[in-house]
Ligand binder design. Structure first.
Ligand SMILES: NC(=O)c1ccc[n+]([C@@H]2O[C@H](COP(=O)([O-])OP(=O)(O)OC[C@H]3O[C@@H](n4cnc5c(N)ncnc54)[C@H](OP(=O)(O)O)[C@@H]3O)[C@@H](O)[C@H]2O)c1
Ligand code: SF4
Ligand code: SF4
Length: 367
């Protein structure tokens, strides 16, 4: 097939042009610095110009800062995030992110992981994190203000209260809810729509899933890539025709139906669990577990992990196993899950892989 250049799209009314396929940088926190730098550089070579990172993605910002040495800063659009609640906390985060990324400004800074209720009130209210973003924008440290959430309803509320310029929301072949109300509202207001979880954390065939997304009214999708080959495959989708054939449409519909009742949306309607199990974090957003699921044990053992990432995961993984083992099958979570997920079957199914991960970590750390 004829090679084309990366498709560019407008990021809402920001005036920025971004690559239709960006790079989700949460996964960079898992690999060694040398390997992560190669992933970023390969994505950039293939035309990716949008990097979605966060202070919360372990040392991803530091790795990006290293990878970008020698690249023209003004050709890239960098979005980072602060999970800070207060003005002072968020201010400190912004300053640290700039240092870690080795840059004078970020194009977008998001309020990370907004939650409805007290969290939204605090962060958007007096003395809240949003005030730090507004001040940083006045000072030129942040060019555009955005917000992210796993729940589209929270983002609808946020953009009605403040003129956010960019949002990041999960959407994919299975999780299409943002298309109903959130995205039309963003189109009306000229807000740049960026998409996380575009390949449902690796459950979907990446090329097909990204092609489907690029047919939706979005600015950019930011698939995470642990391996260089994944970054390559994903970037190439933005360089090729995106029209879907009838066969692909049928495959997409089959995937949607197949995963409808097993894909966790991390909406957290099922919490709190009386045993303190973080249901949504395990089922929907457990990055290291997802690596194991995608790679299988042999590749997982051999991969170039960051030692710090596996030390940290070993510590929390043992506690997570204990937590899941403590499930007494009270059934409360299943009653509350709006998607009808069989949570009491899904959680214990993760245990053999988690125990194997612990064994692999112990082996790797003892070498
Ligand atoms: N703001 C937030 O609250 C938030 C939350 C989550 C994510 N995000 C952002 O969104 C980005 C993407 O979301 P996500 O990482 O959760 O989900 P995702 O992009 O749907 O899934 C990423 C995973 O899918 C697998 N994958 C990707 N490309 C592949 C390919 N070509 N072939 C085979 N497998 C492939 C990889 O699995 P393996 O790693 O297992 O190989 C990768 O880690 C993150 O990096 C981050 O920037 C933001
Ligand atoms: S069934 Fe298990 S996971 Fe669900 S709420 Fe009860 S203890 Fe928690
Ligand atoms: S299990 Fe259901 S309710 Fe709980 S976070 Fe996942 S989708 Fe939401």
């Amino acid at each position: 097939m004829e090679q084309m250049s990366m498709q560019k799209r407008s990021l809402g009314k920001t005036g920025l042009q971004v690559s239709a396929i960006g790079l989700g940088c949460a996964q960079l926190g898992s690999s060694s610095i040398e390997y992560a730098v190669r992933v970023v550089r390969r994505a950039l070579e293939l035309g990716v110009t949008y990097l979605d990172t966060a202070r919360g993605y372990r040392d991803a910002e530091i790795k990006i800062g290293q990878a970008l040495q020698g690249w023209a800063r003004d050709r890239l659009v960098i979005a980072t995030k602060t999970g800070g609640k207060t003005r002072d906390e968020a201010r400190q985060h912004i300053e640290e992110s700039l240092q870690r990324l080795r840059t004078d400004y970020v194009d977008v800074c998001h309020l990370h992981g907004l939650r409805r209720g007290d969290d939204l009130e605090q962060r958007l209210g007096p003395g809240g994190a949003l005030e730090a973003l507004i001040q940083a924008k006045e000072e030129g440290l942040v060019h555009h203000i955005g917000c992210t959430s796993h729940r589209w309803e929270t983002l609808v509320e946020a953009i009605q209260r403040f003129p956010f310029e960019v949002i990041l929301v999960p959407m994919n072949v299975i999780e299409r809810e943002p298309l109903q109300e959130l995205i039309p509202l963003c189109q009306e207001k000229g807000i740049g729509v960026t998409i996380m979880k575009p390949v449902a954390t690796g459950l979907l065939p990446a090329t097909l899933a990204l092609k489907w997304l690029l047919n939706q009214p979005i600015a950019t999708a930011v698939p995470g890539a642990t391996k260089i080959e994944e970054a390559e495959e994903n970037a190439l989708v933005g360089c090729r025709p995106i029209a879907l054939t009838d066969g692909e449409q049928a495959q997409i519909e089959a995937l949607r139906l197949g995963y409808e009742r097993s894909r966790c949306r991390v909406c957290n309607y099922c919490t709190p669990c009386p045993q303190g199990i973080s249901i949504g974090s395990h089922l929907g957003t457990d990055v290291m577990y997802d690596h194991y699921r995608t790679m299988g044990p042999a590749e997982f053992r051999a991969f170039a992990w960051s030692r710090e990432a596996i030390e940290r995961d070993l510590e929390s993984r043992r506690k997570q196993i204990e937590a899941i083992e403590s499930c007494d099958r009270c059934g409360r979570c299943e009653e509350l899950c709006p998607y009808g997920l069989p949570i009491m079957e899904m959680l214990p199914r993760m245990l053999p892989a988690m125990r194997d991960m612990v064994a692999i970590y112990e082996e790797l750390l003892s070498i």
